[in-house]
Design a binder for this molecule. Structure first.
Ligand SMILES: Cc1ncc(COP(=O)(O)O)c(C=O)c1O
Length: 344
């Protein structure tokens, strides 16, 4: 039996407050713009991130997709980090459905894109080249073990894009983790970009949903794409209600997840066969190395011990989240220690 599921923060279940809010939510038909709960969530999200308007979407993937489609046309080029989620883990949706060209820029170990690399990736006007229109940035950066990029880093990347006439989109699936880790208002991280997506269904523990924010004009266009993608949803306030609770009550709580990740990673650093730098762990994601070809075996043995993590050849991932107790974390640490002693 699985006792602790540390595969992702997406496995979280709604809190009792969320369930009550979902049950009690005032509803309307959101395709007519009539759902007061959805409208409240969208306005709240936009205000928090310092933008004019918001749009409730089904997932982070859909949020990124409508944001790209609303800002780049078929045949345009979009600059992305080479380790980013949009490029590597969204089924190529922007390329397939938007027919845009993704151009990957080398990402540093902190998830940062050097401004000079951004500037030099923008194509000159030349009919041999796709016109570069959009830059996307990811914060926290999933592949870099959830590193949080500071307001200064956000500004320097966005400025480089804007100088070259690009729009800038933030994949902020975990932007609230970044704000909590850096102890800054989330708007400090979003104010330099034109559009942003954040997820309610990760560390914020909602069952479903993400929100896209930006200018009113951009949101109107993103809404058209959402409709085309089949996600014009009806009495969806039943789900959005959880998002309002999340923004009111679940943001500061994520510090507990970050503290747990720090604690677990420092214990892991003492285990045989594991390479991890606890100093690098800033939010709720721990990526760690194990000897080649042992990753899946380690994950399988842990599962037998009741601990679920994401497997791989030599890179594994643990994500801390709501609903896991300190005892559960200690249980997982002991299980990992036993498995590593057995394998190495
Ligand atoms: C950085 C990042 N962006 C976007 C997404 C996509 O979110 P969803 O799974 O809701 O589609 C994820 C999911 O893990 C993510 O880590």
């Amino acid at each position: 039996m699985i006792r602790v599921d540390l595969r992702s923060d997406t496995v979280t279940h709604p809190s009792p407050d969320m369930k009550k809010a979902m049950y009690d939510a005032e509803l309307g038909d959101d395709v007519y713009g009539d759902d007061p709960t959805v409208n409240h969530l969208q306005e709240k999200a936009a205000e928090l991130l310092g933008k004019e308007a918001g749009l409730f979407v089904s997932s982070g993937t859909q949020g990124n997709l409508v944001s790209v489609l609303a800002q780049a046309q078929r045949g345009d080029e979009v600059l992305v980090g080479d380790q980013c989620h949009i490029m590597n883990s969204e089924a190529g949706g922007t390329m397939v459905l938007g027919s845009v060209v993704l151009y990957p820029i080398k990402t540093d170990e902190f998830g940062f894109l050097e401004p000079d690399l951004i500037r030099s990736a923008v194509k000159p006007r030349d009919y041999h080249k796709p016109p570069t229109r959009l830059l996307t940035i990811e914060n926290t950066h999933n592949a870099s073990s959830g590193r949080a990029l500071s307001p200064e880093h956000m500004k320097s990347m966005a400025d480089a894009g804007h100088e070259k006439g690009l729009n800038v989109h933030l994949d902020g699936a975990r932007i609230f983790n970044a704000a909590v880790a850096l102890d800054v208002p989330v708007s400090d991280l979003s104010k330099h970009v034109d559009s942003a997506t954040f997820c309610l269904s990760k560390g914020l523990s909602c069952p479903i949903g993400s929100v896209v924010v930006g200018s009113r004009e951009f949101i109107q266009e993103a809404d058209r794409w959402r409709k085309m993608l089949g996600s014009g949803m009806r009495q969806v306030g039943a789900v959005a209600a959880a998002g309002i609770i999340a923004l009111d009550l679940m943001v500061e709580r994520m510090q507990e997840d970050h503290d747990a990740a720090k604690h677990i990673s420092s214990r892991m650093a003492e285990m045989p066969g594991i390479s991890v730098d606890p100093e690098h762990i800033q939010t709720n994601i721990i990526r760690f190395g194990v000897p080649q070809h042992t990753g899946d075996q380690i994950a399988a043995q842990l599962k037998e011990e009741g601990v679920y993590i994401n497997g791989g050849d030599s890179d594994l991932r643990i994500v801390t989240h709501y609903g896991v107790t300190k005892d559960d974390y200690e249980f997982a640490i002991s299980a990992l220690d036993r498995v590593m002693k057995n394998i190495v």
